[in-house]
Design a protein around this ligand. Structure first.
Ligand code: CO
Length: 167
């Protein structure tokens, strides 16, 4: 079960230059930035509401992202969906004959991630990600409010009240 678009991955020539547009001009706040050596990229995640934009700058030409940049220039590289359990999602998809790039989840900037083959996804590279528990959108900290059940004599009054407090 996929819960939202987690991020759109965009290959860029220069993270600093792309950040000037996405962060400074569009005003998307930087969530995190890191070098991911096994993927040969420096990557930044910027928040756009409940979803994010991932900027990917290759560390050198011989990486997958480097080859993409050489062949096709800057542009949309992949779409990532949030999955509560990437490993279970891979097992399920493999069982239904979906062509995978990653047989097992690995560490990525968005958490535990895996890629599906574009041939299985109408030509788009699709990533699945299970973010670290503490990074799910919502209140800060390891715990997340899933549901509140309340009883009251005046449900409409409670509803008004909870609407006010859920800014
Ligand atoms: Co990604």
């Amino acid at each position: 079960m996929l819960t939202r678009v987690h991020h759109a991955g965009i290959v860029v020539r220069s993270l600093a230059e792309a950040s000037r547009f996405y962060r400074d001009t569009l005003g998307l706040p930087l969530v995190k930035e890191a070098e991911i050596r096994d993927q040969g990229v420096r990557a930044a995640l910027l928040a756009a509401g409940a979803s994010e934009v991932e900027l990917l700058e290759p560390l050198h030409d011989a990486t997958g992202i480097g080859r993409f940049l050489t062949r096709r220039g800057e542009g949309l590289h992949h779409v990532c969906f949030d999955s509560p359990d990437v490993a279970a999602a891979l097992t399920d998809l493999r069982g239904r004959g979906v062509e995978l790039i990653d047989a097992a989840p690995r560490a990525g900037l968005a958490g535990r991630i895996a890629f599906l083959h574009p041939r299985a996804c109408a030509g788009i590279l699709v990533e699945l990600a299970t973010p670290p528990a503490a990074e799910h959108h919502g209140p800060a900290g390891p715990y997340r409010l899933a549901r509140v059940v309340a009883g009251a004599r005046d449900p409409r009054g409670v509803s008004r009240c909870s609407q006010r407090s859920s800014g």
